[in-house]
Design a binder for this molecule. Structure first.
Ligand code: 48F
Length: 258
């Protein structure tokens, strides 16, 4: 078979345009492709929900690839081991209750499961703003990360979502833009971002799950951003809380969608 370069280009442009157009009205839009966001997208896709995930970088994975200080192994506590098992990611008990897994195996498998379950994953797209109607977030304002990185003056596009998952990690970018631009209190004790606190793995992991909830009408915070929003600790390279948080965010949204 002979290959025509222009046909290859037409195929890519047509297919991508269809994919993006097909994801402009969503049950859930997940911002951030770290472990929490990916688990959430995977779970919602398994429930048959229309879900897309937007990730600024070339690769999804967030902080998981690098394990701890670039030692690419992660620790997952007993409570979250069933998620590794369901994914089919091998894990080994190091000491009672502490399981380790290869970070690359874990992230690549999770990504594959989310995509194959039907979640649309858009890399290289940054969420720069939200759309608010009647005091509720109803959509996201997106642009190419390259536009953002290049500081180019190019207007964004907009998509609608019944629910937004803020899974941007330490930066809490979605909540930060809401705080900055929307004249309405956040659903936190102070009405503002409470801010991340220093290292305390055990407290942080328990709190991550508690803090996975609606932080602004229409927005569920998941993963590290849940703790940064509600003022709890960081936990470092123990990832059970991230996985369980993504799962809880999906459960909340699935229930609310009815
Ligand atoms: O940071 P990240 O991995 O968040 P997470 O899922 O997991 C946290 C852990 O990695 C670790 C930890 C606990 O174990 O403390 O840090 O909560 O992934 C967040 C992803 O969101 C992307 C970012 O590039 C990263 O891949 N991201 C952040 N802001 C935006 C974004 C944005 N505005 N638009 C699109 N993607």
């Amino acid at each position: 078979m002979s290959l025509d370069e222009v046909t290859i280009s037409r195929a890519i442009i047509a297919r991508y345009s269809n994919k993006l157009t097909d994801n402009l009205k969503l049950d859930a839009a997940v911002v951030g492709g770290g472990p929490a966001g990916l688990v959430c997208a995977w779970r919602l896709a398994l429930k048959g929900r229309k879900v897309a995930l937007f990730e600024r970088k070339l690769s999804v994975g967030g902080g998981m690839w690098g394990g701890g200080m670039m030692f690419n192994e992660i620790v997952v506590q007993a409570e979250a081991k069933p998620i590794l098992d369901e994914l089919g990611v091998p894990s080994v008990e190091f000491e009672p209750g502490y399981f380790t897994a290869d970070a690359v195996t874990c992230m690549s498998t999770l990504t594959s499961k989310a995509c194959l379950a039907g979640a649309a994953v858009f890399n290289l797209i940054s969420v720069e703003d939200v759309m608010v109607r009647e005091d509720r977030v109803t959509g996201l304002v997106i642009n190419w990360s390259a536009v953002e990185m290049g500081g180019l003056h190019v207007d964004p596009l907009v998509l609608a979502a019944s629910w937004v998952v803020e899974a941007t990690g330490h930066a809490t970018e979605v909540m930060a833009v809401i705080q900055r631009k929307v004249d309405q209190k956040l659903l936190t004790p102070s009405g503002r971002l409470e801010g991340e606190r220093s290292m305390w793995a055990e407290r942080a992991e328990t709190d991550t799950l508690k803090n996975t909830k609606e932080a602004f009408p229409g927005v569920i915070v998941a993963g590290m951003s849940a703790n940064a929003t509600f003022g709890s600790y960081r936990m470092g390279p123990v990832f059970g809380g991230m996985l369980l948080s993504g799962e809880k965010a999906a459960r909340i949204i699935d229930e609310r969608l009815g």
